[in-house]
Design a protein around this ligand. Structure first.
Ligand SMILES: O=C(O)CCC(=O)C(=O)O
Length: 265
């Protein structure tokens, strides 16, 4: 049996985001243990995303799956690769990177509205991230603007902490919209989620999240996938993640020794 339905695949194509109940329900303990290990042993890219004096904690870190055994196990043995490939309508799924995002109780800081594609050195239409909470989420769930994966230009990428432009140049980007201030123009999708549910979303889909003003942690694991048509793309500066020394040139497939093929039809 395939892990996703034809209806979910069609929704992914039309909206750029789809909710999949219970997709990783059997993996909640493994992912939670990986997140705890990642927070105990942060990597070189770990960030704290609050300014001095702001309440709570907003931790994120990425590119740790090769050294965190729980993440490695999840990527290799769970249905994530197959589900990603089928949703992307791709014959294969290559892993790009993992990302841990934790908002501790009482963290007011929202995750700014953004698309992931402009931060990444990847071009292509067959792209996908899974966002998987391991705590129940309601208000602090991830939110998406339906159809934004088809917008003709990227939205300006910004730095989460300082809110400055991510690259020097800003002229070729759309300004960051405020979908809540203009509900007529933007259809916002969001779901209450249980541990092990997933949302799949395109690298170009605009997304963001409210703060976590509950008394519960909001731990989430994102996993980024590459499909058949993805290639290395130049961006106007150092990307996030940067992958120093990657040695790739525009138009090349991403190197499989760094970004292994996990599932093929
Ligand atoms: O968890 C969050 O608040 C943001 C997640 C996100 O932006 C992502 O996974 O791409």
């Amino acid at each position: 049996m395939t892990p996703v339905s034809d209806e979910q695949i069609a929704k992914y194509a039309s909206d750029g985001a789809v909710y999949i109940s219970g997709l990783f329900a059997d993996w909640v303990e493994t992912i939670s243990a990986g997140i705890e290990r990642n927070m105990r042993e942060p990597g070189p890219y770990a960030s704290e995303n609050l300014k001095p004096g702001e309440r709570g904690r907003f931790f994120d870190d990425y590119c740790n799956w090769q050294r965190i055994p729980e993440f490695f196990d999840f990527i290799m043995r769970s249905p994530a690769g197959e589900a990603a490939a089928r949703l992307m309508r791709s014959s294969s799924a290559q892993i790009f990177h993992d990302h841990v995002l934790v908002k501790e109780p009482g963290t007011a800081k929202p995750t700014p509205w953004h698309q992931d594609a402009p931060y990444y050195f990847v071009d292509g239409e067959q792209t996908l991230s899974f966002w998987i909470p391991v705590d129940p989420v309601e208000d602090a769930t991830l939110r998406f603007v339906a159809g934004s994966h088809k917008w003709p230009k990227f939205v300006l990428p910004i730095r989460w902490l300082s809110e400055e432009n991510f690259y020097q140049r800003s002229d070729e980007y759309l300004p960051v919209p405020d979908p809540d201030a203009d509900p007529e123009s933007y259809r916002v999708l969001e779901w209450r989620m249980r541990p092990g549910d997933a949302v799949a979303f395109h690298y170009k889909t605009l997304h963001g999240a409210r703060g976590n003003l509950t008394e519960r942690r909001r731990r989430a694991f994102s996993l980024r996938w590459l499909g058949d048509d993805t290639v290395f793309a130049m961006r106007p500066g150092r990307t996030s993640p940067p992958f120093p020394g990657h040695g790739m040139a525009a138009g090349q497939k991403l190197r499989e020794d760094w970004f292994p093929m996990i599932w093929e039809r």
